[in-house]
Design a protein around this ligand. Structure first.
Ligand code: CA
Length: 246
């Protein structure tokens, strides 16, 4: 086992929502990025429209703050394309613009922006809109608890319980369970889990995943209790979506 190779991996990933800022005004982009990071979001930035499109395809965020006037491709056009693609059809988009005319606002909303903010705007106001859109789009991301049958994972207290007993998990097992519970039924390959849970996929052997799944199971399942984690041969692992429902 080569687990000792990456001591940083335990802390590598947080489940904070990811926000992409697409804005060519550097000062504004920095201000937004600073404020979003202070609220615990993971922030990515692009200062050109074409660059933003690449990011959106390669690594779709949980929300986009999109300036209207951009070099490369306009924000309006990016928004239209996002709505045309299946994977990004419901991705929350907040459009920023210097133009405050009603006609422009209508145009922005008509290509599918979820919200529309006119510059100059108040940063706390924008932060409130970000929070509210994320809450609407992915409640599981902002909810403090994940529950499946008798298993409850609390993100705020970092505690896991099964029925009435406390389950003691190491940070990697906690993270692994959290990730699997967020999408019950979905099968993740070992490479996907490494990427999501360890964040350093190229450095760690895929068998490490098996080791940690094994530890997680050992902690979760006692005696004849049902195992909530499915091993899908040749594919990977998933949290059994029928757990607690059958
Ligand atoms: Ca601009």
């Amino acid at each position: 086992m080569n687990e000792s190779r990456s001591p940083v991996r335990e802390a590598a990933v947080s489940r904070a929502p990811r926000v992409l800022i697409v804005e060519d005004e550097q000062a504004l982009a920095l201000l937004l990025s600073y404020n979003l990071e202070a609220e615990g979001y993971l922030v990515d930035r692009a200062d050109r429209g074409d660059e933003a499109e690449l990011r959106l395809v390669e690594n779709p965020p949980d929300l986009v703050i999109l300036d209207w006037m951009l070099p490369g491709v306009s924000g309006l056009e990016i928004c239209r394309r996002l709505r045309a693609r299946e994977e990004t059809r419901t991705l929350p988009v907040i459009m920023l613009t210097a133009r405050g005319e009603e006609a422009e606002r209508v145009r922005g909303l008509s290509v599918g922006a979820d919200d529309y903010v006119v510059k100059p705007f108040s940063v706390p106001e924008l932060m409130a809109r970000v929070r509210s859109l994320l809450r609407r789009a992915s409640p599981e991301r902002v909810s403090g608890k994940l529950v499946a049958g008798e298993i409850e994972l609390n993100r705020e207290t970092r505690r896991v319980r099964r029925a009435s007993r406390d389950i003691h998990l190491g940070p990697t097992e906690f993270r692994l369970l959290e990730y699997l519970m967020e999408k019950p039924g979905r099968v993740f390959s070992r490479a996907q889990l490494l990427d999501a849970v360890w964040g350093l996929s190229s450095e760690i052997d895929e068998r490490t995943v098996d080791v940690h799944v094994g530890r997680l199971r050992k902690a979760l399942v006692r005696g004849r209790e049902r195992d909530p984690i499915r091993t899908v041969r040749g594919a990977g692992y998933s949290f059994d979506e029928t757990f607690g429902k059958a």
